[in-house]
Structure formats: C-alpha cells, structure tokens
Design a protein around this ligand. Structure first.
Ligand code: ADP
Ligand code: MG
Length: 763
C-alpha cells in the first residue's frame, strides 16, 4: 500500500473535489483519497500491484476530469521533480495559459455585458420617468441584437457551464458549473421561446420581457470572477516558485586543479566546488578554504549575512556575498536542505486541514439541495404567485428566482476558503524558516496553551564549553581528560563535543573504547584497557552507589554550569564543568510566549541547580530537572490529561519520543537537516524566536480561514432567500439574477484576496 499524489485537470469548484473523492473511494483497491481543489491534486492510497494510474484515469474520465500520469523521468530526482510530481511548479505555465484564455473570453464578453447593462439602465430610468424611453426603432434594434449576443455568450463563453449540465445528465453528479449552466440556459430558453412564438404567446404572458441580458451579464460576471480568482490563485502558490527559483543550474567544480563548469545534476558527493562572490551555493557542503559572508535569508529566514569559516556548513540556494571559497559537497540532488524544504512545503500545501472537513461535507450536499430549492421556488411562485399577480407575472418572477438561486448559491467560495489560506500560510512560514509538515499541524498550533522546551540546544546554544577541571584521587588532569574525551568521542551529545574539542585543542590522546554504552539522559560507560569507566551526571553515579560531594560543585551549578563526573566502579576520578550560553533570543521569545498567554515549562535531564539558573535567566518560571527522556514524555502526557494542548520544542537528538507525544512537536534544526520525522514543525537555525512567529502564523491562518468560511456561508444564507423572493411579500422586491452573478463572482475573489492578505502580515 502506498500513497501517490497526482495532478488533476478539470476541477472547477469545491464540489468537484468532493465528487472526485467519492469516485476514488468507490474504486476497489483505493484505501484513501484526498482531493484538494486549491492545489488541484489528489492524494491517493492504493495497492500498486492491483491498480495503475491508467485505471484510475478511466474511472474519472466519464465525470469530465483527468489525472496527469507522471512519466518515469518526472518521478526521478531532477530539478523539476517536486514541482512536476506535485503539480505545483508545472501548473504555473498551464495556469498562465489558462489565464490568457480566460482573459480573451472576458475581453470579448465585457462589451456585450456593458451594452446589456446600458440598455437595462435606460429601461429602468425610463420606467421611473427620469429620462424618456428609447425610441421605438432603437428598442426594436436592441430586441434583435440581444438574442445574437446571448447565443455567443452562452454557447461560446459559457461552454463549460453547458458541459456541466451535460455531465449532470450523464452521470448525475452536479457541480457549480451545472448550477450556472441550468440557470443561464433556462433564462435563454425562456427568452428564445418568447421571441420565436411572440404572437401565439401574447395572450398568456408578457412577451415584451425577455431575459437574454441575464444570460449575458451573469456569464460575463462569473467569467470575470473566475479570471480574477485564477489570477490571485497564481499568487498564492508563489512561495514554491521562489524556492524552486533558488535552485542553481550549474556549479564550478575543481578537477585536476582546474575549474570547470558542470550541470548541477552531475555534481557528486565529495566533489570540491568553488563559489565566487555574488554566486549562489549549488549544493550543501562544508567549507574547506575561505571565510565568506553568506546570506541565508532565502532558505532559513536568517536576516543577516554571517561570516563562515573552514569546517562550517553551507546550504544550497544561499548567496555568497563576499570572498571566494571552496567547499566539499556533502549533500546533492534531492538530499539538500533546499530540496527537503521544497518537498515539505509542497506536501504541506497540498494537505487538508481538519477544519475543511465541514466545508467539504457541506459543498457535497449543497449542489443537490440548491437544485431542489430553485425548483421549489419556481413552483411556489407559479402556485402562490399566480393567485395574486396573475400567471404571466408569476412565471416571470418564478423564472427570475429560479435563475437567481442557482447563480448565487455556488459553493465556490466555500471550497476556496481553507486551501487558499493554508497555501499562503505554509508558504509564508517557509520564507521565515518555519517548516510546517501538514495543514493539520498548522491548525493545531494556534490552540496550544503549554510549551515544553528542552534546555540544551533549545534555550541554550547547545555549544557548551569546558570551563574547569577538578582531578581527584591522585589522577593527573591530562589523564582525566584523555579518558573522559575517549569515552565522549563515541557520543553525539553537545556535552561530548565540548569535552572532545577541549582534548583535541590540548593535543591529548584519544584511546580506543570497548563495550561502550550510552545511558540516555544520564551519561555513558565503556572500557579502556581493562578498566570500566562511567561518566555523566551526579544521579548516574549515585545510582552506582558512589558518594558524590555535591557541595564541591554547587557554586558552579548555581551559576548554570553542568558537571560531568568521571568514575570507576569504586572511585570518583574527577569532575569537569561545562557551560552553555543562553541563546540571545531566548528571553524575549519566552516573554512573548507569556504575552500570548502560553505557559512555558523547561524540561531537562540536567542538574536541578543548573536548570534553575538557566530557567531564571530565560525568564521561565516552571521547570523540571533531572528527568530522563522518557520522563519528558510522561510530563507531556500528564499535561495533556489535564486538558492542555501541549507543544514540545526540542533538538530532536533524544527528544524524539516527547516530540511525537506532544500535540505539536517542534524540532530545532541545526540548519543542515529537516528530516526530523517526529516533528510537525521544524524551526530552521534552531531559532527559538521563530516559535513565537510560528504560533502567530497559525493564529493568522486560522483567523483567515474562519473569516473566509464566515463570508462564504453568510453570503449563501442571505443570498438564497433573497433570490427566492423572501422580501417580495414585504417590499415587493426581488433580487435580479444579474446581482446574483455579481455577488457570486465577488465572493470567490474576496475569499482569495483575503487569504492573500496573510502574506503581508507581520509575524
Ligand atoms: P537535556 O534535557 O538538557 O537535553 P539530556 O537528556 O540530553 O539533557 O541529558 C541529561 C543529562 O545527562 C545532561 O545534562 C548530562 O548531565 C548527562 N549527560 C547526557 N549525555 C552525556 C554525555 N555524553 N556526557 C556526559 N553527560 C551526559
Ligand atoms: Mg537534549
């Protein structure tokens, strides 16, 4: 069973997504189907051995849709891979083409609509005796122009809507096109019958009145609305475009002491590459020579260029602002940070937020309900209206309300409400170095009321330094560090780096270690020669029933330093202290979280005194210390059982279980990898202030979605009764279908623009 994402063609509105989802789910062998109207993609889970994309295509073709089957090349790892596979980058070209087709249609139909409105306005003004009526000859002339204009508008410009009717008749599935189609076709047919059989009909109905103008203007407005919508939808997806644009096409490689320009696809791991000033870095790697200033804003959101040195990592897609440097490629192709980001962003943008489920459910039943309502309204006018107004007038009003309801009730805005906001929100996050795994995470984040933070690497820089050494029981300082560093050389912990780099600087010997073992959250053990050594915190050694004189380092721990104790089975050999500085942004970030009404709790495996000091420095008033990774998980469970929505921010080294348990797991990335599976959100460059931004982003996005949904709903709730004539008995007023068309076009455009507003929000 595996999951595939395909681009879908032919979707016109949200109910198409619902129709398709149903069709896929009904297909035998398909286990899951998620169709997203915003990104025009379908995510399908099915058994590869039983089902082929071709088979799926056959299932949806009769409904009027198609599925783009990627070629083998596109499934590979080329530059356009993600884009093509997920249908985002590639669809830009298509969308622009589609846009120009729309534009031509709009341009051709607007003059016709303007003319219709002009004649209509004249009629209305004349009715109120504001101006005199058009001369009879002109009226006759207009009379003959209208059918011609309406025929062009309906059959050429309005073709998709007629196809919608055809599809409805053939497969029974209706969408917004069907509604518009039935509405405008009904107005056209009525008018056509009246024009064709003017004389015989004269004694039954008012043959002076036709509705060609309704057909023309409604289609014109809706086409204009769709054009504007397509135009702004193009803008919602530009975050991905920008990321794709960062990918470099060629690289300067050093081969046999010569520089050579080669295509990016040919760069291999281990290649030595050169980057000139002003050049983009082609792949991820490590600097071998040079001290360039590198601007990483476009990838990590880091605002200032920073100087890098030999041994520092560089990121593909970032910019070398000054100085030539050479570096060794460590990650190429789809492994680079940039590729991961692009993949993550496109997947997140295509995912569905839980809040959308409601909108989906409604739009699925909406179209049939509206069809029924419109027919009921027509019947009501004919039955009740005839009694009061006579048949001719009742028929005319019935027709107007029938068309009006069909036109105004399109669930288009409803379908755009959530996905457009998610696409913009996820894209904006990526530009700030906040990577969101899926829409559900973005939705959950705004509800978080407790944030549990790890200490090392989250609140502190995670780059501790060895600050003092206390050798005990007759061992020499050098020997103590040599043994300790040999053990720590096996570990990935930040503390281990501090000790090992101290030993290297002082050129101390690193000895081979046997039977090495990491004791999570406490320390480590191993054999050097025939002696077994233990190193770690006080708790670890107390567990071995060694007596620790905590007093001897209490002063240091009260200043936030961490003790690392080395011992054998029966005696303590020494204590070194390491100190890790607070991240400069930590204090401000914590205070901002507090201002958002969020509780912040620090959880660490470190010494209590150390933890207290660091917490107070960061302005955190709650902490738990000396806890094992498993206890962090329990702490989160405990908070959850009290009804809190908990986010956990950690470096991911040994916090993975806690990150996975939390409602939202937030990984602090060191800048070279984002592939932290257990995290819903990854903050690039380990910048804790991005956590505040991420929460604000979630709040803005959710507010945008709620606004969108509100407008989409309210507009139907008011629009449908108005179009049906609810106000007629009181004010004698009935909504003209032309206004229904205008409102309908406006609603989708306003939803997309509201989502786009998110882009300019300051986080
Ligand atoms: P944190 O909660 O700060 O991320 P960990 O759970 O990684 O801390 O570790 C908890 C404690 O265990 C550390 O503060 C340290 O005292 C001890 N410890 C863990 N790993 C090592 C190591 N490699 N060397 C020495 N001490 C270690
Ligand atoms: Mg940790």
């Amino acid at each position: 069973m595996s999951s595939h994402t395909y681009k879908i063609k032919g979707m016109h509105c949200a109910s198409c997504a619902a129709t398709l989802e149903k069709a896929f789910k009904k297909t035998e062998g398909v286990t899951s189907a998620e169709v997203n109207y915003g990104t025009e993609t379908a995510k399908l889970g099915y058994d590869d051995t039983k089902i082929t994309p071709d088979y799926l295509l056959k299932k949806i073709e009769p409904l009027g849709y198609s599925l783009i089957i990627p070629t083998a090349g596109e499934m590979g790892m080329s530059e356009s891979e993600h884009a093509a596979h997920l249908g985002i980058g590639q669809s830009k070209k298509e969308k622009i083409e589609e846009l120009s087709v729309f534009k031509r249609k709009v341009m051709s139909v607007i003059p016709l609509a303007a003319f219709s409105l002009f004649v209509m306005g004249w009629d209305i003004l004349a009715q109120f005796n504001i101006i005199s009526a058009a001369p009879e000859m002109w009226r006759e002339f207009f009379h003959h122009l209208f059918p011609i204009f309406a025929t062009y508008t309906l059959f050429i410009v309005g073709q998709p809507y007629l196809v919608g009717i055809y599809r409805f008749l053939r497969s029974g599935s209706a969408n917004m096109d069907t509604l518009i189609g039935i509405g405008t076709l009904a107005a056209f047919i009525y008018s056509f019958i009246v024009s064709a059989f003017e004389e015989p009909l004269r004694s039954f109905i008012n043959v002076e009145h036709t509705y060609y103008d309704v057909t023309i203007v409604v289609i014109a407005f809706i086409t204009l609305g769709k054009y504007l919508e397509a135009k702004s939808k193009l803008k919602t997806g530009d975050a991905i475009e920008k990321l794709l644009g960062l990918q470099v096409k060629t690289a300067l490689v050093v081969l046999h002491n010569k520089e050579m320009e080669i295509p990016i696809g040919e760069v291999a791991k281990g290649d030595i590459l050169i980057v000139k000033p002003g050049g983009k870095i082609p792949v991820d790697g490590v600097i071998i020579e040079g001290t360039p200033f590198i601007d990483e804003a476009m990838v990590t959101g880091e605002p200032m260029p920073a100087q890098k040195h030999e041994g520092d990592g560089v990121i593909a897609g970032t910019l070398n602002t000054t100085g030539v440097f050479t570096f060794k490629a460590t990650k190429v192709g789809s492994e680079t940070l940039l590729s991961h980001i692009i993949q993550m962003v496109s997947q997140a943008q295509a995912s569905k937020a839980p809040i959308q489920a409601l909108a989906d459910k409604i739009s699925a039943v909406f179209v049939p309900i509206v069809l029924v309502l419109s027919v009921l309204s027509l019947l009501a006018w004919l039955i009740v209206g005839t009694e009061y107004l006579g048949f001719s007038q009742a028929l005319s009003y019935g027709l107007v309300s029938f068309v009006g309801i069909l036109v105004i009730a399109c669930p288009c805005a409803l379908g755009l409400a959530t996905p457009t906001a998610i696409i913009v929100g996820v894209g904006k996050g990526a530009r700030e170095g906040i990577l969101v795994k899926d829409a559900a995470t973005l939705e959950k984040l705004h509800k978080v009321d407790v944030v549990v933070v790890d200490k090392t690497g989250t609140i502190t820089k995670g780059k501790p330094e060895l600050v003092s050494i206390n050798a005990l029981n007759g061992i020499r300082e050098k020997e103590l560090i040599s043994i300790l560093a040999s053990l720590e050389a096996q570990s990935e912990h930040p503390i281990a780096h501090a000790i090992v780099s101290y030993a290297q600087k002082n050129k101390l010997e690193i000895l081979p270690v046997k039977q090495f073992e990491i004791i999570k959250g406490m320390g480590l053990k191993g054999k050097i020669g025939n002696i077994e050594y233990f190193a770690g915190n006080a708790k670890f050694l107390e567990n071995l029933s060694l007596n620790i004189e905590k007093k001897s380092f209490e002063k240091d721990t009260l200043e936030g330093k961490t003790p690392v104790i080395l011992a054998t089975k029966d005696k303590i050999l020494g204590i070194v202290m390491v100190a890790d500085a607070l991240k400069s942004e930590a204090k401000e970030a914590v205070s901002k979280l507090h201002k958002l009404g969020i509780r912040v709790i620090m959880a660490t495996g470190d010494d209590k005194n150390t933890a207290r000091y660091i917490a107070s420095q960061a302005g955190i008033d709650e902490f738990v210390a000396e806890v094992l990774p498993a206890d962090k998980l329990l702490k989160i469970k405990e908070l959850q059982s009290k009804g809190f929505i908990v986010a956990m921010a950690g470096d991911g080294v040994n916090d993975a279980p806690a990150l996975a348990q939390a409602d939202v797991g937030i990984a602090m990335s060191t800048g070279t990898d984002v592939a932290i599976e257990s995290a819903g959100i990854t903050l690039l460059n380990g910048d804790i202030s991005k956590l505040v931004k991420a929460i604000r982003l979630s709040k803005f996005t959710m507010r945008g979605i709620r606004q969108n949904l509100f407008w989409a709903f309210i507009y139907n709730i008011i629009g449908i009764p108005l179009a049906g004539g609810a106000l007629y008995p009181i004010f004698g007023w009935l909504l003209n279908p032309i206004f229904a068309g205008l409102a309908m076009a406006f609603s989708s455009v306003s939803v997309v623009s509201n989502s786009l507003r998110l882009k300019s929000k300051k986080l």
